[in-house]
Ligand binder design. Sequence first.
Ligand SMILES: Nc1ncnc2c1ncn2[C@@H]1O[C@H](COP(=O)(O)OP(=O)(O)OP(=O)(O)O)[C@@H](O)[C@H]1O
Ligand SMILES: [Mg+2]
Length: 331
Amino acid sequence: MPPDDTILEFASVSRDYATKDGVVQALRNVSLSIRKGECVGLLGPNGAGKTTLIKIIGGLITPTAGDVTFRGRKYPEASRSLRSQAGFLLVESRPIYQKLTVWNSIKFFATLYGVPKRKLHETIDYWLARLGLLERKHEYVENLSTSLQQRLALASVLCHDPGILILDEPTTGMDQNAMASFREIVREIHHSGKTVILCTHDLREAQELCTRMLFVKEGRLIREVMANELQSIQLNSTYVYVKGGGTQFGKTTDADPEHVSAGPRPPAARGGMGGHLTRVDDETVRFTFRGDLPFQDVLAEMRTIVDEKQIIDVVKHETTLEDMYFGLING
Ligand SMILES: Nc1ncnc2c1ncn2[C@@H]1O[C@H](COP(=O)(O)OP(=O)(O)OP(=O)(O)O)[C@@H](O)[C@H]1O
Ligand SMILES: [Mg+2]
Protein backbone atom coordinates (compact mmCIF):
# COMPACT_ATOMS: atom_id res chain seq x y z
CA MET A 1 0.00 0.00 0.00
CA PRO A 2 1.32 3.48 -0.79
CA PRO A 3 2.82 5.14 2.32
CA ASP A 4 0.39 8.08 2.24
CA ASP A 5 -2.60 5.93 3.22
CA THR A 6 -4.13 6.12 -0.23
CA ILE A 7 -6.43 3.15 -0.63
CA LEU A 8 -8.19 3.90 -3.90
CA GLU A 9 -6.99 5.68 -7.01
CA PHE A 10 -8.51 6.63 -10.34
CA ALA A 11 -6.07 7.57 -13.10
CA SER A 12 -7.73 9.26 -16.10
CA VAL A 13 -10.84 7.13 -15.85
CA SER A 14 -13.54 7.52 -18.50
CA ARG A 15 -16.72 5.61 -18.96
CA ASP A 16 -19.03 5.67 -21.97
CA TYR A 17 -22.45 4.11 -22.29
CA ALA A 18 -23.66 3.08 -25.71
CA THR A 19 -27.33 3.97 -26.11
CA LYS A 20 -29.66 3.88 -29.10
CA ASP A 21 -29.21 7.64 -29.42
CA GLY A 22 -25.43 7.44 -29.40
CA VAL A 23 -22.65 7.37 -26.86
CA VAL A 24 -23.09 8.97 -23.44
CA GLN A 25 -19.81 10.06 -21.89
CA ALA A 26 -20.72 9.50 -18.26
CA LEU A 27 -17.19 9.98 -16.90
CA ARG A 28 -14.39 11.86 -18.60
CA ASN A 29 -10.79 11.60 -17.58
CA VAL A 30 -11.39 11.46 -13.84
CA SER A 31 -8.35 11.22 -11.59
CA LEU A 32 -8.72 11.05 -7.84
CA SER A 33 -7.38 9.33 -4.80
CA ILE A 34 -9.10 8.41 -1.58
CA ARG A 35 -7.22 7.98 1.68
CA LYS A 36 -8.00 5.66 4.55
CA GLY A 37 -10.35 7.20 7.09
CA GLU A 38 -11.68 9.97 4.86
CA CYS A 39 -15.36 10.69 4.38
CA VAL A 40 -15.52 11.79 0.76
CA GLY A 41 -18.66 13.40 -0.64
CA LEU A 42 -19.55 13.22 -4.31
CA LEU A 43 -21.70 16.19 -5.28
CA GLY A 44 -23.19 17.22 -8.56
CA PRO A 45 -26.41 17.51 -10.55
CA ASN A 46 -28.47 14.64 -11.94
CA GLY A 47 -26.58 12.76 -14.58
CA ALA A 48 -23.19 14.14 -13.54
CA GLY A 49 -21.67 10.67 -13.31
CA LYS A 50 -21.60 10.07 -9.53
CA THR A 51 -23.30 6.68 -9.54
CA THR A 52 -21.20 5.62 -12.51
CA LEU A 53 -18.10 6.47 -10.48
CA ILE A 54 -19.38 4.47 -7.52
CA LYS A 55 -20.25 1.51 -9.71
CA ILE A 56 -16.73 1.51 -11.12
CA ILE A 57 -15.34 1.52 -7.57
CA GLY A 58 -17.52 -1.48 -6.81
CA GLY A 59 -16.40 -3.28 -9.93
CA LEU A 60 -20.03 -3.42 -11.10
CA ILE A 61 -19.02 -1.79 -14.37
CA THR A 62 -15.61 -1.34 -15.97
CA PRO A 63 -14.06 1.90 -17.21
CA THR A 64 -13.86 2.52 -20.94
CA ALA A 65 -10.40 4.01 -20.36
CA GLY A 66 -8.04 4.63 -17.47
CA ASP A 67 -6.90 2.68 -14.44
CA VAL A 68 -8.41 2.03 -11.04
CA THR A 69 -6.16 0.84 -8.23
CA PHE A 70 -7.11 -0.49 -4.82
CA ARG A 71 -4.35 -0.67 -2.21
CA GLY A 72 -1.77 -0.51 -4.96
CA ARG A 73 -3.31 -3.30 -7.05
CA LYS A 74 -5.03 -2.75 -10.36
CA TYR A 75 -8.62 -3.44 -11.32
CA PRO A 76 -10.30 -5.61 -12.44
CA GLU A 77 -8.39 -8.14 -10.28
CA ALA A 78 -8.37 -5.88 -7.22
CA SER A 79 -12.10 -5.14 -7.36
CA ARG A 80 -12.89 -8.45 -5.70
CA SER A 81 -10.64 -7.48 -2.84
CA LEU A 82 -12.35 -4.10 -2.52
CA ARG A 83 -15.77 -5.72 -2.54
CA SER A 84 -14.86 -8.02 0.33
CA GLN A 85 -13.74 -5.00 2.36
CA ALA A 86 -16.58 -2.66 1.46
CA GLY A 87 -20.23 -2.17 2.29
CA PHE A 88 -22.25 -0.91 -0.68
CA LEU A 89 -25.57 0.83 -0.59
CA LEU A 90 -26.78 1.70 -4.07
CA VAL A 91 -30.11 3.34 -4.84
CA GLU A 92 -31.26 0.62 -7.19
CA SER A 93 -30.15 -2.45 -5.26
CA ARG A 94 -30.65 -2.39 -1.53
CA PRO A 95 -29.66 -5.48 0.41
CA ILE A 96 -33.09 -6.18 1.90
CA TYR A 97 -35.85 -8.64 1.13
CA GLN A 98 -39.34 -7.21 1.48
CA LYS A 99 -40.99 -10.62 1.96
CA LEU A 100 -38.71 -11.74 4.78
CA THR A 101 -38.63 -10.74 8.42
CA VAL A 102 -36.00 -8.23 9.45
CA TRP A 103 -34.01 -11.01 11.08
CA ASN A 104 -34.13 -13.36 8.10
CA SER A 105 -33.36 -10.59 5.64
CA ILE A 106 -30.23 -9.46 7.45
CA LYS A 107 -29.22 -13.08 8.10
CA PHE A 108 -29.35 -13.77 4.37
CA PHE A 109 -27.00 -10.90 3.56
CA ALA A 110 -24.71 -11.46 6.55
CA THR A 111 -24.23 -15.04 5.38
CA LEU A 112 -23.70 -13.87 1.79
CA TYR A 113 -21.03 -11.39 2.93
CA GLY A 114 -19.23 -14.17 4.77
CA VAL A 115 -20.00 -13.58 8.45
CA PRO A 116 -18.95 -16.88 10.11
CA LYS A 117 -21.83 -19.03 11.32
CA ARG A 118 -20.67 -19.02 14.95
CA LYS A 119 -20.67 -15.22 14.99
CA LEU A 120 -23.86 -14.72 13.03
CA HIS A 121 -26.32 -14.36 15.89
CA GLU A 122 -24.18 -12.04 17.96
CA THR A 123 -23.20 -9.90 14.95
CA ILE A 124 -26.77 -9.47 13.70
CA ASP A 125 -28.05 -8.58 17.16
CA TYR A 126 -25.26 -6.05 17.54
CA TRP A 127 -26.03 -4.23 14.29
CA LEU A 128 -29.79 -4.39 14.69
CA ALA A 129 -29.41 -2.90 18.17
CA ARG A 130 -26.98 -0.25 16.94
CA LEU A 131 -29.44 0.82 14.26
CA GLY A 132 -32.43 0.73 16.59
CA LEU A 133 -34.05 -2.27 14.92
CA LEU A 134 -33.68 -5.02 17.48
CA GLU A 135 -37.27 -4.78 18.70
CA ARG A 136 -38.49 -4.99 15.12
CA LYS A 137 -36.58 -8.13 14.21
CA HIS A 138 -39.67 -10.33 13.84
CA GLU A 139 -41.53 -7.85 11.63
CA TYR A 140 -41.70 -8.17 7.87
CA VAL A 141 -39.42 -5.79 6.02
CA GLU A 142 -42.27 -4.62 3.79
CA ASN A 143 -44.04 -3.26 6.89
CA LEU A 144 -41.14 -1.03 7.88
CA SER A 145 -41.02 2.65 6.93
CA THR A 146 -38.64 3.81 4.18
CA SER A 147 -36.14 5.05 6.70
CA LEU A 148 -36.17 1.85 8.75
CA GLN A 149 -35.74 -0.18 5.59
CA GLN A 150 -32.75 1.97 4.73
CA ARG A 151 -31.35 1.42 8.23
CA LEU A 152 -31.79 -2.30 7.78
CA ALA A 153 -29.97 -2.06 4.46
CA LEU A 154 -27.14 -0.25 6.21
CA ALA A 155 -27.04 -2.86 8.99
CA SER A 156 -26.93 -5.57 6.33
CA VAL A 157 -23.84 -4.13 4.66
CA LEU A 158 -22.11 -3.40 7.97
CA CYS A 159 -22.31 -6.80 9.56
CA HIS A 160 -19.20 -8.14 7.80
CA ASP A 161 -17.37 -5.18 9.36
CA PRO A 162 -16.25 -3.51 6.12
CA GLY A 163 -13.49 -0.92 6.35
CA ILE A 164 -15.05 1.09 3.54
CA LEU A 165 -18.62 2.23 3.30
CA ILE A 166 -19.98 3.37 -0.05
CA LEU A 167 -23.36 5.07 0.02
CA ASP A 168 -25.32 6.34 -2.98
CA GLU A 169 -27.94 8.87 -1.85
CA PRO A 170 -28.66 7.00 1.36
CA THR A 171 -31.14 9.47 2.85
CA THR A 172 -33.35 10.07 -0.18
CA GLY A 173 -37.00 9.73 0.78
CA MET A 174 -36.43 10.15 4.50
CA ASP A 175 -38.05 12.79 6.67
CA GLN A 176 -35.85 15.27 8.56
CA ASN A 177 -35.72 13.22 11.77
CA ALA A 178 -34.90 10.02 9.98
CA MET A 179 -32.21 11.81 7.98
CA ALA A 180 -30.64 13.29 11.08
CA SER A 181 -30.49 9.97 12.87
CA PHE A 182 -29.17 8.15 9.78
CA ARG A 183 -26.43 10.77 9.45
CA GLU A 184 -25.56 10.36 13.09
CA ILE A 185 -25.05 6.66 12.52
CA VAL A 186 -22.88 7.27 9.46
CA ARG A 187 -20.87 9.82 11.43
CA GLU A 188 -20.27 7.30 14.24
CA ILE A 189 -19.19 4.69 11.74
CA HIS A 190 -16.82 7.15 10.10
CA HIS A 191 -15.42 8.20 13.48
CA SER A 192 -14.80 4.56 14.31
CA GLY A 193 -12.12 4.65 11.63
CA LYS A 194 -13.94 3.58 8.47
CA THR A 195 -13.54 5.21 5.09
CA VAL A 196 -16.82 6.54 3.71
CA ILE A 197 -17.67 7.52 0.15
CA LEU A 198 -21.00 9.30 0.07
CA CYS A 199 -22.93 10.40 -2.96
CA THR A 200 -25.57 12.95 -2.07
CA HIS A 201 -27.73 15.79 -3.34
CA ASP A 202 -28.09 17.06 0.18
CA LEU A 203 -25.50 19.75 0.74
CA ARG A 204 -26.18 19.88 4.44
CA GLU A 205 -25.51 16.18 4.66
CA ALA A 206 -22.22 16.64 2.82
CA GLN A 207 -21.23 19.56 5.00
CA GLU A 208 -22.07 17.68 8.21
CA LEU A 209 -20.35 14.43 7.33
CA CYS A 210 -17.65 14.87 4.74
CA THR A 211 -14.01 15.65 5.28
CA ARG A 212 -13.62 16.30 1.56
CA MET A 213 -16.10 17.09 -1.19
CA LEU A 214 -15.66 16.31 -4.85
CA PHE A 215 -17.81 18.26 -7.28
CA VAL A 216 -18.73 16.37 -10.43
CA LYS A 217 -20.24 17.98 -13.51
CA GLU A 218 -20.85 16.42 -16.93
CA GLY A 219 -18.59 13.51 -16.10
CA ARG A 220 -15.69 15.65 -14.95
CA LEU A 221 -14.28 16.33 -11.54
CA ILE A 222 -14.43 20.09 -11.49
CA ARG A 223 -13.33 20.93 -7.96
CA GLU A 224 -12.43 19.39 -4.66
CA VAL A 225 -12.88 21.11 -1.34
CA MET A 226 -11.65 20.01 2.07
CA ALA A 227 -14.21 20.54 4.83
CA ASN A 228 -11.85 22.78 6.78
CA GLU A 229 -11.15 24.74 3.61
CA LEU A 230 -14.80 25.73 3.43
CA GLN A 231 -14.43 28.25 6.22
CA SER A 232 -11.24 29.67 4.78
CA ILE A 233 -12.74 30.06 1.31
CA GLN A 234 -14.58 33.01 2.69
CA LEU A 235 -16.18 34.00 -0.54
CA ASN A 236 -18.58 36.57 0.77
CA SER A 237 -20.45 38.17 -2.07
CA THR A 238 -22.36 41.26 -2.88
CA TYR A 239 -25.63 40.78 -4.68
CA VAL A 240 -26.89 43.61 -6.83
CA TYR A 241 -30.52 43.28 -7.89
CA VAL A 242 -31.23 45.03 -11.16
CA LYS A 243 -34.53 45.81 -12.85
CA GLY A 244 -34.62 44.40 -16.33
CA GLY A 245 -35.67 41.09 -17.90
CA GLY A 246 -33.07 38.37 -18.25
CA THR A 247 -33.19 38.77 -22.02
CA GLN A 248 -31.79 42.27 -21.70
CA PHE A 249 -28.58 40.76 -20.40
CA GLY A 250 -28.46 37.35 -22.01
CA LYS A 251 -30.30 34.11 -22.55
CA THR A 252 -31.59 31.49 -20.19
CA THR A 253 -32.11 27.87 -21.11
CA ASP A 254 -34.98 25.53 -20.33
CA ALA A 255 -32.58 23.19 -18.58
CA ASP A 256 -31.35 25.93 -16.28
CA PRO A 257 -33.75 28.89 -16.33
CA GLU A 258 -31.97 30.55 -13.42
CA HIS A 259 -28.66 30.94 -15.09
CA VAL A 260 -28.15 33.68 -17.64
CA SER A 261 -25.71 32.21 -20.06
CA ALA A 262 -24.70 35.09 -22.27
CA GLY A 263 -24.75 38.84 -22.52
CA PRO A 264 -22.79 41.61 -20.88
CA ARG A 265 -21.01 40.66 -17.68
CA PRO A 266 -19.62 42.98 -15.05
CA PRO A 267 -15.94 43.58 -15.78
CA ALA A 268 -15.22 42.47 -12.20
CA ALA A 269 -16.72 39.09 -12.97
CA ARG A 270 -14.79 38.84 -16.20
CA GLY A 271 -11.64 39.90 -14.43
CA GLY A 272 -11.64 36.81 -12.22
CA MET A 273 -13.20 38.23 -9.06
CA GLY A 274 -15.93 35.67 -9.53
CA GLY A 275 -19.59 36.34 -9.90
CA HIS A 276 -22.24 35.67 -12.42
CA LEU A 277 -25.56 36.86 -13.62
CA THR A 278 -28.70 35.09 -12.44
CA ARG A 279 -32.29 35.56 -13.46
CA VAL A 280 -34.44 36.18 -10.38
CA ASP A 281 -37.77 36.61 -12.16
CA ASP A 282 -39.11 38.05 -15.44
CA GLU A 283 -38.25 41.58 -14.37
CA THR A 284 -35.20 41.20 -12.21
CA VAL A 285 -31.67 39.86 -12.55
CA ARG A 286 -28.95 39.60 -9.95
CA PHE A 287 -25.29 40.39 -10.42
CA THR A 288 -23.12 38.52 -7.94
CA PHE A 289 -19.73 39.97 -7.05
CA ARG A 290 -17.55 37.56 -5.09
CA GLY A 291 -15.26 38.79 -2.35
CA ASP A 292 -15.38 41.36 0.40
CA LEU A 293 -15.78 44.35 -1.87
CA PRO A 294 -16.72 47.82 -0.62
CA PHE A 295 -20.24 48.86 -1.62
CA GLN A 296 -18.86 51.91 -3.41
CA ASP A 297 -16.63 49.78 -5.65
CA VAL A 298 -19.52 47.51 -6.52
CA LEU A 299 -21.77 50.46 -7.29
CA ALA A 300 -19.08 52.10 -9.41
CA GLU A 301 -18.73 48.85 -11.32
CA MET A 302 -22.49 48.56 -11.77
CA ARG A 303 -22.75 52.12 -13.11
CA THR A 304 -20.52 51.07 -15.98
CA ILE A 305 -23.00 48.33 -16.86
CA VAL A 306 -26.50 49.63 -16.19
CA ASP A 307 -28.35 52.84 -15.59
CA GLU A 308 -28.29 53.51 -11.85
CA LYS A 309 -32.08 53.83 -11.85
CA GLN A 310 -32.28 50.14 -12.67
CA ILE A 311 -30.52 49.14 -9.45
CA ILE A 312 -33.11 47.91 -6.96
CA ASP A 313 -31.00 46.67 -4.07
CA VAL A 314 -27.44 45.90 -3.02
CA VAL A 315 -27.06 43.15 -0.42
CA LYS A 316 -24.04 41.63 1.34
CA HIS A 317 -24.23 37.87 1.34
CA GLU A 318 -22.23 35.30 3.28
CA THR A 319 -21.28 32.42 1.05
CA THR A 320 -22.53 28.97 1.95
CA LEU A 321 -21.72 25.57 0.54
CA GLU A 322 -24.91 25.98 -1.46
CA ASP A 323 -23.57 29.13 -3.11
CA MET A 324 -20.34 27.40 -3.84
CA TYR A 325 -22.22 24.48 -5.35
CA PHE A 326 -24.30 26.68 -7.62
CA GLY A 327 -21.28 28.79 -8.51
CA LEU A 328 -19.37 25.69 -9.57
CA ILE A 329 -22.20 23.85 -11.22
CA ASN A 330 -23.62 26.82 -13.10
CA GLY A 331 -20.35 28.63 -13.61
N1 LIG B 1 -26.84 2.01 -17.98
C1 LIG B 1 -26.79 3.16 -18.62
N2 LIG B 1 -26.99 3.22 -19.96
C2 LIG B 1 -26.93 4.39 -20.63
N3 LIG B 1 -26.67 5.58 -20.05
C3 LIG B 1 -26.46 5.59 -18.72
C4 LIG B 1 -26.52 4.38 -17.94
N4 LIG B 1 -26.28 4.70 -16.65
C5 LIG B 1 -26.09 6.03 -16.62
N5 LIG B 1 -26.19 6.56 -17.85
C6 LIG B 1 -26.02 7.98 -18.20
O1 LIG B 1 -24.74 8.38 -17.75
C7 LIG B 1 -24.78 9.68 -17.21
C8 LIG B 1 -24.31 9.64 -15.76
O2 LIG B 1 -25.27 8.93 -15.01
P1 LIG B 1 -25.11 8.65 -13.44
O3 LIG B 1 -26.23 7.79 -13.04
O4 LIG B 1 -23.73 8.19 -13.18
O5 LIG B 1 -25.28 10.12 -12.86
P2 LIG B 1 -25.54 10.60 -11.36
O6 LIG B 1 -24.57 11.72 -11.13
O7 LIG B 1 -25.48 9.46 -10.43
O8 LIG B 1 -27.00 11.20 -11.45
P3 LIG B 1 -28.16 11.25 -10.33
O9 LIG B 1 -27.79 12.39 -9.44
O10 LIG B 1 -29.39 11.52 -11.13
O11 LIG B 1 -28.19 9.94 -9.62
C9 LIG B 1 -26.20 10.17 -17.40
O12 LIG B 1 -26.26 10.89 -18.59
C10 LIG B 1 -26.99 8.88 -17.50
O13 LIG B 1 -28.16 9.08 -18.26
MG1 LIG C 1 -26.83 8.64 -9.13
